[in-house]
Design a binder for this molecule. Structure first.
Ligand SMILES: Cc1cc2nc3c(=O)[nH]c(=O)nc-3n(C[C@H](O)[C@H](O)[C@H](O)COP(=O)(O)OP(=O)(O)OC[C@H]3O[C@@H](n4cnc5c(N)ncnc54)[C@H](O)[C@@H]3O)c2cc1C
Length: 388
């Protein structure tokens, strides 16, 4: 018998909302299942802003995906007549031979991206908000900016529903099983069992537990976002004069931030990049502690003294990381009709629409024209989990 749905999307956060939309838009009968409410704050896709950038220091291989993501962000904006992506330019700050500046420059040169290398003196002249140490330079990525994660999830859900996807919220998936014939997936929730031809697994921080049988070396990390109120007003941090930035400090720690966005929360956002503690999504400590706030305040005082004012808001969020920091996007090694679309190692949001497109390709055609070889599951699969 033909299953009720062509595809079930498990988890409607950043990646799942985009996958559900792309699948429904291509005529698939889609069921999306989400344990919380639309655009909730319990996973990885909340906090009002995510850095987007093209000159990708992590690897030039990401750039073609980013170019496609930008096209798709703009397409969603056009369809809904609603802005999602704000370009402010982006500064990648650090020593010229450090991984951030040199990696960004490599991507910019290899892909002919619009960029500029700024000396310390030039940075001081253009951005008096920054307190620079000796030898700090920056790659200015002119196409960088930020995207609003909650608005993006809402936008993809709206477009997905309009294209016919059935989206169910407050319905946690308990388990899934594959028919012995391999052509059907049963998904069990608290309310019932649903059957589809294929399953797209986009459970973010919950992916490790849903894939526990594979023993993947995935790590969920707790991160904190902070909003401060600049004591001399917000003007010096408005998007007209202050871009997004990532800053590689002398000790190798990266922090990053945004210009002021109208609230709530009405402050200027900063965070540490990849400085998080291991956690479990069920038991994560959601309290932001005074010592953590003090550590961020010291960083702000040293590098952005004009932002050293009262804390307006702080919240936790989770990264789900692979050992090499690249994404995991592939078919399940034992079940080809299951496509895995998480985790995104703490830098995935800017790719949301193109990952939605890729997941739809993999679920429908088994393959994709996009370059995804960095993201294969076999690179992290323990030997014991390999197919015999
Ligand atoms: C603090 C922070 C800062 C970041 N900054 C950036 C940035 O500047 N730029 C950038 O590109 N990226 C950034 N990222 C990373 C980016 O936000 C993530 O890569 C992205 O949000 C991951 O989306 P996801 O869909 O995998 O996870 P999520 O959005 O968490 O979605 C997973 C969904 O699955 C649902 N789910 C899980 N289990 C079940 C179940 N059993 N049944 C039903 N539903 C289930 C969850 O409720 C959730 O809605 C940041 C992340 C954090 C936390």
């Amino acid at each position: 018998m033909r299953p009720t749905y062509d595809v079930i999307v498990l988890g409607l956060g950043g990646m799942g909302s985009a996958a559900a939309y792309h699948l429904a838009q291509r005529g698939q009968r889609v069921l999306g299942l989400e344990r919380f409410a639309p655009a909730h704050a319990h996973g990885s896709s909340h906090g009002r802003s995510r850095v987007v950038r093209l000159a990708y220091f992590e690897d030039p291989a990401y750039v073609p995906l980013l170019l496609r993501a930008y096209e798709l962000w703009r397409d969603v904006e056009r369809r809904l007549e609603r802005p999602l992506l704000t370009l402010t330019g982006g500064l990648m700050l650090g020593q010229q031979d450090g991984p951030l500046v040199s990696g960004s420059l490599r991507s910019a040169r290899e892909h002919g991206l619009d960029h500029e290398l700024l000396t310390t003196a030039e940075l001081e002249r253009r951005y008096p908000q920054l307190q620079l140490g000796a030898g700090t330079v920056a790659l200015l990525d002119r196409q960088a900016g930020y995207v609003d994660p909650e608005a993006s999830v809402q936008a993809h859900l709206q477009l997905g529903a309009a294209a016919g996807a059935e989206l169910r919220f407050a319905e946690p998936v308990r388990s899934f099983s594959i028919a012995p014939s391999g052509d059907k997936v049963d998904v069990q929730t608290e309310r019932g069992t649903y059957t589809a031809g294929r399953l797209v697994l986009t459970a973010g921080p919950w992916a490790p537990q849903l894939l526990a049988e594979l023993g993947l070396p995935l790590r969920v990390e707790r991160h904190v976002l902070y909003w401060f109120s600049p004591p001399r007003g917000l003007a010096a941090f408005s998007p007209a004069v202050f871009p997004v930035y990532i800053w590689e400090r002398g000790d190798g720690v990266h922090f990053y931030g945004f210009p002021h966005q109208p609230g709530p929360p009405d402050g200027v956002k900063v965070a540490f990049f990849h400085v998080g503690q291991p956690c479990d999504p069920e038991t994560i400590d959601r309290v932001v502690h005074p010592e953590e706030i003090a550590t961020m305040q010291r960083c702000v005082r040293e590098h952005l003294p004009g932002l050293d004012g009262p804390l307006v808001h702080a919240t936790t969020c989770m990264y789900t990381c692979t050992p090499d920091g690249h994404f995991l996007i592939d078919h399940h090694p034992r079940h080809p009709n299951v496509v895995i679309g998480s985790p995104c190692s703490g830098h995935g949001f800017k790719f949301v629409p193109v990952i939605g497109e890729i997941l739809a390709d993999l679920a429908m055609e088994g393959t994709t024209r996009h370059p995804v070889s960095l993201f294969g599951i076999r690179r992290i699969l323990p030997n014991s989990s390999m197919l015999s």
